[in-house]
Design a protein around this ligand. Structure first.
Ligand code: PBG
Length: 323
């Protein structure tokens, strides 16, 4: 007798009934870049279909995102000026702070997450304060805490530290609580690898390190056990959700972290993963929309609950038309 698994693949309806993994629009978080100025909506060359917005134009886009059913955005700022300590990162009139208030006024219910890091704000492009030629961990977490509190003061629902300094989740939690923001959540980029897949983002955010690299603070792509350690440290320090980043080359890590973590788990489908699909799609070498859905499905199947992705709007439209 032959066992016949194909019986359950016979019709679209049967396949639908036995499908193990589905993506909901509610799983998606949309990254947005905001810069100072007015009336700006400039295409980002390295991320086809993505834009630099100014504070006045970003709200229109957020309206559209919300109408599509996407529950959250994550904001990245490109400041008007940079300095060695990234002081525009924690200025109450900074570009992200202004965008948060504008978005919260226009679409109060959408969840506003902010990337908390210094690389977009420092003139040297590193994610922290430089002392003796090195990124100084303990000086950096003080500044990150100021940044997180200023985002919370502007109305952010969740802050997302992406710097990979040790002890920053505890420092941010303490600072938020101390400033009266006990309900502001922390989505920690707990497991963030030193990845070449961030290339298009660094062009978009003008945040490439001017010298050296990020290997002294971001993780070695060869390490998996260390990922479990990073995840458990951030959980112990008080993270509300944690993230693995990038997503596709690290699906095994998503699965392993999911198995040991009792918090919602996010994965960041990063700029290089997006740009590769867009480029090959433009050349006609792949069917970009199908590849996109296959990739997003793989990230969920691996164990992610939430996906940060530049594909969010496109995927939302496909999900809506097929459900
Ligand atoms: C900031 C930060 C980076 C990304 C998110 N937050 C860049 C980096 O670490 O160099 C990358 C996101 C992407 O590639 O889409 N530290």
């Amino acid at each position: 007798m032959i066992i016949r698994p194909r019986r359950l693949r016979r019709t679209p309806v049967i396949r639908d009934m036995v499908r193990e993994t589905t993506i909901s629009v509610k799983d998606l978080i949309y990254p947005l870049f905001v810069k100072s100025g007015k009336n700006i909506k400039d295409p980002i060359a390295s991320l086809p279909g993505q834009f630099h917005f100014s504070v006045d134009t970003i709200t229109q886009d957020v309206n559209e995102i919300w109408e599509l059913g996407i529950p959250a955005v994550i904001l990245f700022g490109i400041p008007d000026r940079k300095d060695s300590v990234g002081s525009r990162a924690y200025a109450d009139d900074g570009v992200v702070q202004s965008a948060i208030s504008a978005i919260k006024k226009e679409v109060p219910e959408i969840v506003v997450i902010t990337d908390v890091c210094l690389c977009e704000y420092t003139d040297h492009g590193h994610c922290g304060i430089i002392k003796n030629g090195q990124v100084d961990n303990d000086a950096t977490i003080e500044v990150l805490a100021l940044e997180a509190v200023s985002h919370a003061r502007a109305g952010a629902d969740i802050v997302a530290p992406s710097d990979m300094m040790d002890g920053r989740v505890a420092a941010i939690r303490e600072a938020l609580d101390g400033a009266g923001f006990k309900d502001t959540g922390i989505l920690s980029y707990a497991v963030k690898y030193a990845s070449a897949f961030y290339g298009p983002f660094r062009e978009a955010a003008d945040s490439a390190p001017q010298y050296g690299d990020r290997k002294g603070y971001q993780m070695d792509p060869a390490n998996a056990i260390e990922a479990l350690k990073e995840a458990s440290l951030d959980i112990d320090e008080g993270a509300d959700m944690i993230m693995v980043k990038p997503a596709l080359p690290y699906l095994d890590i998503i699965t392993r972290v999911r198995e040991q973590c009792l918090l919602p788990l996010a994965a960041y489908n990063v700029s290089g993963e997006y740009a590769m699909v867009k480029a090959a799609g433009q050349k006609g070498w792949i069917d970009a929309a199908s590849v996109m859905m296959e990739m997003l499905t793989s990230i969920k199947r691996a164990g992610a609950d939430l996906i940060l992705t530049y594909f969010a709007k496109e995927a939302a439209k496909i999900i809506k038309s097929t459900t």
